[in-house]
Design a protein around this ligand. Structure first.
Ligand code: ATP
Ligand code: MG
Length: 777
């Protein structure tokens, strides 16, 4: 709901006379530079400093100071953070420093603050205050409709591709009229520009804004309505921005507009950031924004913080040495006097990702025994597919964990879709699975068709798949839908047959291919769909350890059933990108292999710049650690049933040898040297020897044994009927009887075959229908 704008209150004005009476407690612990940054409340200020030097702390303290000294009211302060979570954290800390708050500062992300402003002036940008904020799925739906209206072939010009272009334009602050023709010309034979206009018009008709619009429309609002902008100039006396190195052009324009309330040398804007931590270039972030601050705000004061309060000397040394390989950086020094040296970083080579998870699990338990809370440990991965192995291991060990910035592996959409296919193969009565995938990928089955399937199933007391099987043999459905569903039922029968002989991972790969699911993802050019594909590959990898589908599904059921989502003490699993600004005593950085990290994609697509952004990501990762940083790399990755050897990340070589301790668990465990062990382990008699440790695994093996002996497919010991004998049921109708059908009208029964009747309708001709659709006439 819209939050009504508090009317600007009269400024309290700097009451500097109160400043020096007694030094407030919150200043006591700060070093000289930090203190300078907190006390310099007037004029533009740039705090440019490395990780862990207290930039965020300076921002928080600065707000506390402004409030405490009554330099301004809370509502006159605007603080922009990178995530809503960071804003919440900041609010909490300010409350601790200044318990009696006089009006809350506006704190949030660029997007959340923009939304708040837009709702107050919605009509000025052709929206109503309750406008909807579209998510990606909705956005794609709108684009598809537009493509259809324009007769543009979606296969050739995927909607996702256009969504990506829209996003890029919006990140650059470009309205439809601003997009250079050369930029939009190549999409859909020159129609890109027009589509942007149409898209915006459509959104207005829907009273909706997409994510990019929140900023863009806010910029338009300010530009076209100087009196509104002036109102915010009067209102926001102090502006603060964290993680400024990751702002994009639109965010930059937005800030500049708001900060222009006073001539540059007097604008009270404070930005803090670290050029070495700019990791959102792929989303349009412009590290130049931070480098340009001094010329944008002439007379800006620049403060550098060099003392790191977070990490040990070894961690800092490793991070600084790594980042020094980047060209085009400002260069900063960092020092610390925490724990002289401290524990060296570790780099461990393990055999494969499973062993990586096992090793990390052991270490976590060991630190836990030493009294470290799970909350103080984190696993930071480059790509979300890497999470699965850790999640399973932690479930096995009973280690609480939370996944930040995304659902748990088996709860991801693409994984649930794939599981639904598998469940339905194993268990044709699984109606939830049927409903989930009957039209995924899109098969042109509308709601009315699905409703008809459901009604039939309900009235005949049959599972959906069997009801469908029946219906497709009649003429109840329109020919197109009938053909589609008949093919689908045929596929499921086929997959069920194949599930008897194929390995589960082979089956899932075939299902994803043949159902069109893989094609659907390939047509989608977004970065997100790339991630989805990787997750599906990871699923098939996870399945390689199971010999039966039933065994695998049961394992999943156990994994998914677990509920410690709100456990207070839990290990954090997240991507490096979402770890920005956070800190943990112990940080695990797995998967430091070339191709995984640095990621192949970023190197292929952006060359040297891509590699440098990956290196900054490495810097961010290492500097999250306070006491311990444990890096690992697998020597082998199993892809499509084949082992491929992986080489350690080039970043490992860039770490200072004297700060890193190297262990090679891969060879210690199996005697396979790096690069050479692939085939030997694969051929071992029982490659699963070490994983049969949990009830799930034991049951999987027991189940596997039962299948090997030729037994029927079982789940939790119950026999799963593969199909219902449909022909043998008897009909309540007799030949020659007059009947009524809702769609076809009156007719006479010609022949009966179980519950399927052939009827000669007076108007519709001869049709095969289902018994449950007719009444005695
Ligand atoms: P990043 O670049 O990773 O966002 P940052 O520069 O924002 O880091 P902070 O998170 O503000 O750094 O601070 C890092 C840690 O150091 C925090 O735990 C913070 O409380 C602590 N810290 C900062 N300044 C001081 C200080 N003067 N005395 C003691 N601890 C401090
Ligand atoms: Mg910070």
């Amino acid at each position: 709901m819209a939050d009504p704008a508090p009317l600007p209150r009269p400024a309290a004005g700097p009451i500097t006379s109160q400043l020096n009476r007694r030094e407030p407690d919150y200043l006591a612990g700060l070093n000289a530079e930090q203190r300078d940054a907190v006390l310099t409340t007037e004029g533009p200020l740039l705090v440019l400093a490395g990780a862990g030097t207290g930039k965020t702390r300076v921002l928080t303290t600065r707000i506390a100071h402004i409030l405490n000294q009554r330099i301004a009211w809370g509502s006159q302060i605007l603080a922009v953070t990178f995530t809503n979570k960071a804003a919440a954290e900041m609010k909490k800390r300010i409350h601790e420093l200044v318990p009696a708050l006089d009006g809350l500062p506006w704190m949030g992300t660029f997007h959340s603050i923009s939304a708040r402003i837009l709702r107050q002036h919605a009509e000025l940008v052709d929206l109503k205050p309750q406008f909807t904020i579209l998510d990606t799925d909705d956005q794609i739906r709108v684009i598809k409709q537009l493509l259809e209206a324009e007769n543009i072939d979606e296969k050739r010009w995927p909607a996702r591709q256009f969504a990506g272009m829209l996003d890029a334009w919006k990140n650059r602050g470009l309205l439809p009229k601003d997009v250079p023709a050369s930029d939009s010309a190549y999409y859909a034979n020159g129609k890109g520009g027009k589509l942007y206009y149409d898209y915006q018009a459509r959104l207005k008709a829907l009273n909706a804004a997409d994510f990019g619009d929140l900023l863009l429309e806010c910029i338009r609002l300010f530009r076209e309505n100087p009196e509104v902008l002036a109102e915010y100039h009067r209102k926001f006396k102090y502006m603060l921005v964290d993680e400024y190195q990751d702002s994009n052009t639109a965010q930059y324009l937005w800030l500049r507009l708001l900060a222009q309330g006073k001539p540059a040398p007097e604008a009270n804007i404070c930005v803090v950031g670290d050029d070495d931590q700019s990791i959102y270039g792929w989303r349009g972030a412009e590290v130049d924004n931070i480098l340009r601050f001094e010329s944008d705000f002439p007379g800006a004061k620049v403060i550098k913080l060099e003392r790191n309060y977070r990490s040990t000397a070894n961690i800092l040394k490793a991070a600084s040495t790594l980042i020094a390989y980047n060209e085009g950086r400002l260069g900063k020094t960092l020092f610390t006097d925490i724990a002289e040296g401290g524990e060296p970083l570790s780099f461990t080579q393990v055999y494969d990702s499973e062993e990586e998870a096992r090793t990390v699990g052991e270490e976590i338990e060991q630190y836990q025994r030493q009294g470290e809370p799970l909350n103080s440990m984190a696993i930071l991965v480059r790509a979300s597919f890497q999470m699965r192995e850790f999640e399973e291991r932690f479930i096995t060990l009973g280690i609480n964990y939370r996944v930040i910035g995304g659902p748990r592996f088996y709860e991801r959409k693409e994984i649930r879709d794939a599981l639904a296919y598998l469940r339905l193969v194993a268990q044709p009565a699984d109606d939830l699975a049927f409903e989930r995938i009957v039209n995924v990928p899109k098969r042109g089955l509308g709601d009315s068709t699905v409703k008809m399937l459901m009604e039939t199933a309900r009235s005949m007391n049959l599972p959906l798949l069997d009801a469908t099987r029946l219906l497709v043999e009649t003429e109840e459905l329109k020919p197109k839908q009938r053909t589609t569903l008949r093919a689908l039922v045929g596929q499921f029968d086929d997959w069920a047959r194949r599930s008897e002989s194929l390995q589960p991972y082979e089956l899932v790969e075939q299902i994803l291919e043949e159902s069109g699911y893989t094609d659907m993802l390939s047509a989608d050019k977004s970065a997100e769909s790339q991630g989805r594909k990787e997750n599906l590959k990871e699923l098939s990898r996870a399945m390689e350890e199971f010999e039966t589908l039933g065994g695998f599904l049961e394992h999943i059921a156990l994994v998914m059933d677990r509920d410690n989502a709100d456990a207070t003490d839990a290990v954090t699993i997240m991507t490096l990108h979402s770890a920005k600004g956070l800190e943990f005593n112990t940080v695990f950085l797995p998967g430091w292999e070339d191709g995984t990290f640095p990621s192949q994609r970023s190197m292929d697509e952006s060359g040297r710049a891509g590699l440098e952004e990956e290196r900054r990501l490495g810097y961010v990762g290492i500097t999250r650690g306070r006491k311990r940083v444990r890096i690992s790399a697998a020597q082998n990755r199993r892809i499509h049933g084949l082992w491929q050897s992986a080489i350690p990340s080039r970043f490992v070589d860039e770490l200072p040898p004297d700060a890193v301790e190297v262990t090679d668990r891969g060879s210690a465990y199996g005697g396979y040297g790096y690069g050479g062990g692939a085939a030997s382990r694969f051929n071992k008699a029982d490659p699963f020897e070490s994983v049969y440790e949990t009830p799930g695994w034991q049951r999987a093996r027991a189940n596997q044994a039962s299948r090997k002996g030729g037994g029927p497919l079982t789940i939790e010991g119950e026999l799963v009927a593969r199909s219902v004998d449909l022909g043998s049921q008897t009909s309540g109708f007799a030949r020659g009887e007059r009947v009524f059908h809702l769609k076809f009208g009156y007719g006479e029964v010609i022949s009966i075959e179980g519950n399927k009747l052939t009827i000669d309708f007076e108007k519709a001709g001869t049709k095969k229908v289902l018994e449950s659709f007719i009444k005695k006439g």
